[in-house]
Design a protein around this ligand. Sequence first.
Ligand SMILES: [Zn+2]
Length: 245
Amino acid sequence: MGEKRFRQALARAQEQGKQVRFWWRDDDAVAPGPALDELIELARKYRVPVTLAVIPAPAGEALAERVRNEPMVSCALHGWSHENHAGAGEKKQELGAHRAASDVLGELSIGLTKLESLFGPSFHPMLVPPWNRISPALVPHLSGIGIRALSVFGAERPDAALPLFNTHVDVMDWHGTRGGRDAAMLFDELADWMERDWPLIGLLTHHLVHDDAAWQFLDRLFCLTGEHPACIWLGCEVLMTACEG
Ligand SMILES: [Zn+2]
């Protein structure tokens, strides 16, 4: 159970000569602040690369300035303004079928250009839909506006029109305490994906709402995995090389 089981899964991977591949996505960055500082500090401490899903409409030069010389940080596109266009009683969506596809794609295209100019080489054209939801009808059109990969939550669909790099384990308890979830449960979920030999396991965080439990879990996870010979944490730029050519 929990951390012990996770450590056993790591040891087993090592015995079998396997390397577990992880990546870390953190959502909703718009501006620098103490929580972002803490996130970057963790990334630096354990040399674990983090992909910030940046909301382009409100993001500005201050965020770009903060991450400019941080080699552990890269950025991806988190919708346009993170605005919900779904009706009452529906699950929240910015990129749903509620508006004309041309309007949604137009906003994403503006967002992409904005983040490219703000972040330069640390930005990668990966789309992270707000609330991890996007209308399936939009996906085939994303490559036409320069988006090269998509990242949502859960097991990757095998038939996606774009390369998918999903997240699989969410640190936050959105429906209960709205704080960090129980560490034992998180370690169990990670061990579940490892036991399925999942090719790339994505960790999802939201630095702006982390409580002590969330930060402590991340510190422990990176302490266990950051230098473990059976693990590798991959940055967005490494994932994206799979989308080129
Ligand atoms: Zn978000």
